[in-house]
Design a binder for this molecule. Structure first.
Ligand code: ADP
Length: 639
């Protein structure tokens, strides 16, 4: 078309060629925009590569094909305008958004993030670049036109800009609609684009003016454009760094305030409320829960909280279930929403009755090597949580772990104090009663001895013996329990004839109480290795409980059988029974069922000691009971 060195102005180019170049650049950029919004590139480097390829192609076009058309319709220039001017627009937007959010925060003490941040960084960048760059391009065109280019180019330029924006709006909307649904187009894309366009327009005016002023001074528009881009890129970088620093500062402030607030309370529900409320200032979430249950617990308890820190619901999950279970078991962060299939977010980890989230981060609450639970934030939008948000949640989870551990220590200390008080009053009570009785009978014995009343003397001494035995039994139990807690309890193994032992205990109780006691022996029992004194203590405890807690009488059955290499001993009564919610607590030290006007005396040590003895023999004990119908304790010992 032209010989090398001859300059061709845009006006000299055939009209069809001009339109072709406009159309090609508009289509290329629109398709690029569509692809980038649909699949945000992992690295900005890909965008730069694309830009470099376009520039090379354009330089070739300019130099070899149409020198002089440089300013008119260069796709590379379009791209660079769009990219750099758009970055400036985005940086300014960030600054403005922060300023705005700062004002809003001051006014309402609310979150620092605007909802438009929900779109991924890459999509934001491209949207900003396209919206901003388009207008800068228009401004640049106008400034070029002022240099005396044909007036006919003015309407052509505006036609191009308008056409470009319509194409862009349709394609970007389609891309966002495909990715996250029509709601996001209406709620986020359009308002965001309008905002960016307005800001970019403001940016484009000083840009065009600078071009006008600088161009004559530094010898032409090419150098002026490079210079202006360089200045704008510099400003853009500074603004971005500043915005980053500011958001880092606000993160630090939030972490600091969470730390200060949660260490000021030892009430777990308050701690959880504070974490939910304060985290909302720096993390965008639609759903939030704290899961408790690390260590050797078999269940996870999830506490769902609102933005205000109020408890919404509680759920229990078996240990290891769902993504929460995975985070707690592995001690690692679980993150979904960056390209993964959102279907994988299981119902286990969501609050029933709400939409399934599209992004989610679960950070384990670690205290040293222990995982005590996890914190989870969820959003209905995809790609909400980036590296910095994940790190932020990890830091918050670390603080939460310390606060929860402190609260747990405080609670267990409180419980220990109340147990100690309870224990003291119980022991005093248990010792005082027999001592009072001993004291009374001692005077009676004295009087009977003086009066020579042999019958009364014998009776008095027998009561004193009985009461002394009670105190002795209590002190022995206390000693055993304390040895067990300190790990100093031991058994002396010997051959034990369990059938004989059971018969002796049954006889002892049949002679002294009014209950019918049946012993059922099933076949010949193998002898077992065990401590006869301690095993007899277990059987006695079970039988005496069966008697004590069957105040209305009823049959007590002790049965013995062997099978599967074990000996099975069952003590069954027809007494008051035990409510299901109390059954798991029964073998705890000092635990007694105090409900329903319990009048039978006891220390709550018998079953605790029995279970310890059985476990030292490699055996197990378990209970079946129905309230009001009776209980059955089954002991299994290795034969
Ligand atoms: P104590 O009998 O001294 O209170 P234990 O440890 O032997 O202590 O028993 C703990 C509690 O378990 C008792 O207080 C009682 O409420 C309940 N319990 C034990 N055995 C029976 C039983 N056979 N029937 C009903 N309740 C029982």
């Amino acid at each position: 078309m032209t010989a090398l060195g001859r300059r061709t102005s845009a006006a000299e180019m055939p009209k069809g060629a001009l339109w072709l170049r406009w159309a090609v650049s508009a289509i290329a950029l629109s398709v690029l925009c569509f692809l980038v919004v649909l699949h945000p590139p992992a690295r900005p480097g890909y965008l730069l590569l694309f830009a470099a390829a376009m520039i090379l192609a354009d330089v070739f076009f300019m130099v070899r094909v149409a020198p002089g058309a440089y300013f008119s319709f260069s796709p590379a220039f379009l791209f660079v305008y769009f990219l750099i001017a758009g970055s400036t627009g985005a940086a300014l937007l960030t600054a403005v958004a922060h300023l705005g959010a700062w004002g809003v925060q001051l006014a309402r003490k609310r979150t620092l993030q605007s909802p438009s941040y929900a779109l991924s960084d890459a999509s934001q960048h491209v949207l900003a670049a396209l919206a901003g760059g388009g207008l800068v391009f228009v401004a640049l065109r106008i400034s070029v036109l002022f240099r005396g280019l044909p007036r006919a180019l003015v309407p052509a330029t505006f036609t191009f800009a308008a056409g470009y924006f319509i194409a862009f709006a349709i394609l970007a909307s389609a891309a966002v609609w495909l990715r996250s649904g029509s709601q996001d187009v209406r709620r986020h894309l359009w308002p965001t684009t309008v905002l960016w366009t307005a800001i970019s327009f403001l940016v484009s005016i000083p840009f065009a003016l600078t071009m006008r002023i600088v161009a004559p001074a530094i010898g032409g528009f090419v150098l002026a454009a490079v210079f202006t881009f360089a200045v704008l890129a510099g400003i853009s970088v500074i603004l971005r760094l500043n915005a980053k620093l500011q958001s880092g500062n606000s993160d630090l402030k939030a972490i600091n305030s969470i730390g200060t607030l949660i260490t000021a309370t030892l009430e777990p529900s308050e701690i959880f409320g504070i974490i939910a409320r304060e985290s909302r200032r720096v993390l965008l979430w639609d759903g939030f829960f704290i899961a408790l249950g690390g260590g050797d617990e078999s269940e996870i308890e999830m506490i769902f909280l609102s933005e205000q820190g109020e408890e919404l619901a509680r759920r229990r999950l078996p240990r290891g279930a769902g993504l929460t279970g995975r985070a707690i078991d592995s001690g690692e962060v679980v993150h979904y929403g960056q390209g993964e299939d959102e279907q994988e977010i299981e119902d286990d980890d969501t609050f029933r009755g709400r939409r399934r989230p599209k992004s989610l981060v679960i950070a384990p609450m670690r205290f040293g090597d222990d995982v005590m639970g996890a914190i989870c934030v969820q959003s209905y939008k995809p790609d909400v949580y980036g590296v910095s948000q994940i790190q932020l949640l990890q830091t918050i989870a670390g603080q939460a772990a310390i606060a929860v551990r402190n609260a747990q220590l405080f609670q267990s200390e409180k419980q220990a104090t109340s147990e100690r008080d309870e224990f003291l009053s119980l022991v005093t009570h248990e010792i005082k009663n027999p001592l009072t009785s001993i004291k009374g009978y001692a005077s009676l014995v004295e009087e009977s001895a003086l009066a020579g009343d042999q019958e009364a003397l014998r009776e008095g001494l027998s009561v004193i013996r009985g009461e002394t035995a009670k105190i002795l039994r209590l002190t022995e139990d206390l000693l055993d329990a304390s040895k067990m807690s300190a790990g100093r309890f031991s058994v002396e193994l010997d051959d034990v004839d369990l059938a004989m032992l059971v018969k002796q205990v049954a006889k002892k109780y049949s002679d002294t109480v009014g209950h019918a006691i049946d012993v059922e022996l099933d076949g010949v029992l193998p002898s077992i290795k065990g401590d006869p004194v301690r095993l007899s203590q277990v059987v006695e405890n079970l039988v005496s409980n069966a008697v004590k807690y069957s105040p209305d009488g009823g049959k007590i059955t002790i049965s013995l059988r062997s099978g599967g290499g074990r000996v099975h001993l069952r003590v069954k009564d027809e007494g008051q029974g035990i409510a299901p919610d109390k059954q798991p607590l029964l073998f705890q030290r000092f635990y007694r069922v105090e409900e329903g006007g319990q009048t039978v005396k006891g220390t709550g040590l018998g079953l605790f000691i029995s279970r310890e003895i059985i476990q030292m023999h490699g055996g197990t004990i378990h209970l079946e009971s129905t309230l009001g119908e009776g209980s059955c304790f089954t002991v299994e010992l290795p034969a």
